[in-house]
Design a protein around this ligand. Structure first.
Ligand code: ATP
Length: 290
């Protein structure tokens, strides 16, 4: 079974994993985990502690090698790349972790510039001579997450929420098509958690960034997710707990309709493409299965 994204006809998913298996010693953690995330979609992944969410994420970035299975980014195979080609392709996948993954003693701007490393010759990095274009791109990304005034502030003096926003800016600056966020709000207070999740969702809608985000709080998953999946028995399955929360429509519909006023949700759904996942969710908050 594959948990499919709502996307346009013939359009590849931004992220597609199929049949991922991963074993650590006697412990079979992934047992054929499959999922898709469409461009612009925010998919929340729930699951109890130890279910294998972080393992899945590490496999999706190839920080951990899956024993079996395929991974595609925008339709291009990612699972069989090595060396320079893997490093280049990794730029397409931004990451935000629970433990703020910034270089603590570097400024916010330098941390965002680090996202440009894959495209910058080594001598430029060694001499910290980034091009004007790199600097402008990094500054624009910081501006987008509301942190331009903190550009020269050391990362370890920023609040937790600000650090996560820097990590998001780094993904924007490196031109990622997919953002993998592994419990990005676990260490944040509720207001900051909502701000970070809201930012990721907005970016998806503005730029087509596909977001896969693990969460421990089902209420946040229901508030922000266009679709909600769950890790169970080493596989990814649709989350069935929506009814528990009385979820009918995702917040995007309540606050930011993205189809023609007066148009039927079903019309938008038939059209497919960006945004159709959200409208599809209106038809019952049920993910597509194929
Ligand atoms: N490198 C490793 N070596 C051995 N076992 C591992 C390794 N990484 C993960 N595991 C095991 O795999 C299982 C899944 O761990 P994982 O961190 O993926 O779960 P999780 O769903 O992310 O949990 P949590 O929500 O608590 O972060 C656990 O039993 C864990 O001990």
């Amino acid at each position: 079974m594959r948990v499919a994204a709502a996307k346009g006809k013939g359009e590849p998913a931004a992220l597609e994993a199929e049949g991922l298996w991963k074993r650590f010693g006697e412990r079979q953690v992934l047992r054929g985990a499959s999922l898709e995330v469409a461009a612009g979609e925010f998919v929340a992944l729930l699951g109890p502690s130890g279910a294998g969410k972080s393992t899945l994420f590490r496999c999706l970035t190839r920080l951990e090698e899956p024993d079996k299975g395929t991974i595609r980014i925008a339709g291009h195979p990612f699972h069989d790349l090595y060396g320079r080609r893997l490093a280049d392709a990794r730029r397409s996948v931004g990451v935000v972790f629970q433990q703020f993954n910034l270089v603590r003693r570097l400024s916010a701007l330098d941390n965002v510039l680090a996202g440009r490393l894959a495209t910058t010759p080594f001598w430029r990095v060694a001499l910290r001579r980034f091009t004007e274009e790199d600097r402008e791109r990094a500054a624009l990304a910081l501006d987008r997450v509301g942190l331009l005034p903190q550009a020269h502030q050391r990362a370890d003096t920023l609040s937790g929420g600000q650090q996560q926003r820097v990590a998001i800016a780094r993904a924007i600056a490196q031109g990622s098509r997919v953002l993998l966020a592994d419990e990005p709000v676990a260490s944040l207070d509720p207001a900051n958690a909502r701000r970070v999740l809201g930012l990721m969702r907005e970016l998806g809608r503005e730029t087509g960034l596909a977001v896969l985000c693990t969460l421990h709080q089902p209420d946040l998953a229901h508030e922000f997710g266009d679709r909600i999946l769950r890790m169970e028995g080493g596989r990814v399955v649709p989350d069935r707990s929506g009814a528990d929360f009385g979820v009918a429509a995702p917040v995007g519909f309540l606050g930011e309709p993205d189809y023609e006023p007066g148009g039927e949700p079903e019309d938008a759904c038939e059209e497919g493409g960006r945004g159709s996942g959200r409208v599809l969710a209106l038809k019952g908050a049920r993910p597509l299965l194929r």
